[in-house]
Design a binder for this molecule. Structure first.
Ligand SMILES: [Fe+2]
Length: 434
C-alpha cells in the first residue's frame, strides 16, 4: 500500500514550512509531477548545438530529454527514447549524432526533429498496424518548447502560461545577460562543472538569495583570502581572485542595503555584491559596449547589477560574471547542479577569462567557497531527517515585504522574502490536481 503524502496545505505557512517538504520521498514524487511536469524548465542554450545533429541532454523532472539541432536549423526537444523498444537514442551528455538519430538497438533511423525516416527490413511490417508516418512511431517531442534569447525552455504539460508569461519580469535578467554582449548574444563556452549535492533541490534554491549565510558559512574562506592579501603586503587593490572570496565576509549592514526583489511563480533576484566598474577589464568591456551603443545606453545596461537571479524551479543566472547554474533534482536528498560559463559575443577576451576565473574560484567543485555551501546543505538534509523538530523557520522580516499589486515584491536585503516566495509558488504548483 502506498503511503499518502501529508496534505499540501498543512505544510507551508507564511513564515515556516514543515520539514517533510525536504525529506519525504512521496512529496518528491509529487513535485516531479506537479512542479516539474507543469513549469517551464530550462533545457539548454542554443549555442550548445550550433550544427545540424548536435545534441545536448537534459532532465525535466524524471524525464530524460535531448535538445537536437534539426535540418530546419531549429532546436528540437525530444524524449530520449526510441519508439520501437524504448532504448535511449543518445548516451553521451552532448555531441553530434550525424544527420540522423540512429537507435543503437535495431537501427531505426530518425530525422533530427524526431520524425521516423526508415526501419530496416521494412517488408516485415507490411499488413501490420505499423505506419512510417504515424507519429506514434516517431521520437516523441515534449509538449511545448520555446526559446528566449537563445535560452531553451520546455514544458511537459500541454496547457499553461506561455514562456514569457511564466518568466514575467525575471526575463529582464536574461535580457541583461545578453545585452551586456556588444553583439547582443551570448554563447556557452569553457565546458561545464557538475556538482552532486547530498541534499534536497529546494535547499540550494533558497541559498541563492540567502544573504545572512555568507559571513558565517564562508568565514574560513574569507579569512584565508584576507590572510593571503595581508601576506602579499603591498597594500594595493585586492586582486580580483581574492576580492570575489573576501566579499562574502561583508558585515550584515552591507547585505541589508542590497536590493531584494521577488516575483510570482517563485522567481527573484538580489542586487550585486561585486561591483567592479573601474578595473581595466571592466573598462575594456564598457568601451566595447560604448562602441556599439554609445555611453547612455551602455550606462543603462551596466547599471543593472544583479547577483543571483532565480528562475524557479530550474536555473539561476548570474549576469555580472556570465554564469548559469542549472538545478536537476534527482531524489529527495540528491541534486545535480550544472554550472555553465558564457562568453559575451563581441566582448574582449580578458572579460571572458575573468568569467572563467569567477567560475573556478567561486562555482567550481575545487573552489574554496562553494564546498562550504554543499557541506552545510548536506547537514541541513541530515538534521531535518532527525526527530529534533518539525518546522523550518522563514521568519526573518516576514510580513514586511511590499507588493506592487502586479506580482512584484520588495524586501530588505536580509529578508527571507525569496524563500517565502518560493514556497508560495511551491504550494500553488503542488496544490493543483495532477
Ligand atoms: Fe554561500
Amino acid at each position: 500500500m502506498t503511503r499518502q503524502p501529508p496534505a499540501i496545505d498543512t505544510l507551508v505557512e507564511p513564515d515556516r514550512v514543515h520539514k517533510s517538504v525536504y525529506v519525504d520521498p512521496d512529496l518528491f514524487e509529487l513535485e516531479m509531477d506537479r512542479i516539474f511536469g507543469h513549469a517551464w524548465v530550462y533545457v539548454g542554450h542554443e549555442s550548445q548545438i550550433p550544427n545540424v545533429g548536435d545534441y545536448h541532454q537534459a532532465l525535466i523532472g524524471r524525464e530524460a530529454v535531448v535538445m537536437v539541432r534539426g535540418e530546419d536549423g531549429k532546436p528540437h526537444v525530444l524524449y530520449n527514447r526510441c519508439p520501437h523498444k524504448g532504448a535511449k537514442l543518445l548516451a553521451q551528455p552532448c555531441g553530434n549524432a550525424g544527420r540522423f538519430l540512429r537507435c543503437p538497438f535495431h537501427g531505426w533511423n530518425f530525422r533530427c526533429d524526431g520524425r521516423l525516416l526508415s526501419v530496416p527490413a521494412r517488408e516485415g511490417y507490411e499488413d501490420t498496424r505499423f505506419d512510417l508516418r504515424d507519429p506514434a512511431f516517431s521520437v516523441r517531442r515534449v509538449a511545448c518548447q520555446q526559446s528566449y534569447r537563445g535560452f531553451v525552455f520546455a514544458r511537459l504539460a500541454e496547457s499553461g502560461p506561455s514562456l514569457e508569461e511564466f518568466l514575467g519580469d525575471i526575463r529582464l535578467t536574461l535580457d541583461n545577460f545578453c545585452d551586456r554582449a556588444p553583439e547582443g548574444e551570448v554563447e556557452v563556452a569553457g565546458g561545464v562543472f557538475r556538482v552532486w549535492q547530498r541534499s534536497n533541490w529546494k535547499i540550494f534554491f533558497e541559498n541563492l538569495n540567502d544573504t545572512s549565510h555568507p559571513m558565517v558559512t564562508h568565514e574560513s574562506a574569507v579569512n584565508a583570502a584576507r590572510a593571503e592579501y595581508q601576506h602579499r603586503g603591498d597594500g594595493g587593490q585586492m586582486p580580483f581572485q581574492l576580492h570575489i572570496i573576501e566579499g562574502n565576509g561583508e558585515p550584515y549592514d552591507f547585505w541589508a542595503g542590497l536590493e531584494m526583489v521577488a516575483y510570482d511563480r517563485g522567481h527573484s533576484y538580489m542586487g550585486a555584491i561585486f561591483t567592479p566598474p573601474t578595473d581595466p577589464v571592466s573598462l575594456g568591456h564598457q568601451a566595447a559596449l560604448e562602441a556599439v551603443h554609445g555611453p547612455e545606453k551602455t550606462h543603462e545596461i551596466l547599471s543593472v547589477q544583479r547577483h543571483n537571479s532565480i528562475i524557479y524551479p530550474s536555473c539561476a543566472p548570474h549576469t555580472s560574471f556570465q554564469q548559469l547554474r542549472v538545478i536537476r533534482p534527482v531524489a529527495v536528498d540528491r541534486t545535480l547542479v550544472e554550472i555553465y560559463t558564457f562568453r559575451l559575443k563581441g566582448a574582449p577576451e580578458d572579460y571572458f577569462q575573468r568569467s572563467i576565473t569567477y567560475a573556478n574560484i567561486v562555482n567550481s567543485p575545487s573552489s574554496n567557497v562553494m564546498p562550504d555551501d554543499i557541506e552545510v546543505y548536506a547537514r541541513v538534509q541530515e538534521g531535518l531527517a532527525t526527530d529534533g523538530g518539525d518546522w523550518v523557520s522563514l521568519h526573518r522580516e516576514a510580513g514586511r515585504e511590499q507588493g506592487d499589486g502586479n506580482g512584484r515584491y520588495t524586501g530588505g536585503g536580509l529578508s527571507e522574502l525569496p524563500m517565502r516566495n518560493q514556497f508560495r509558488a511551491w504550494a500553488e504548483y503542488m496544490g493543483e490536481e495532477a
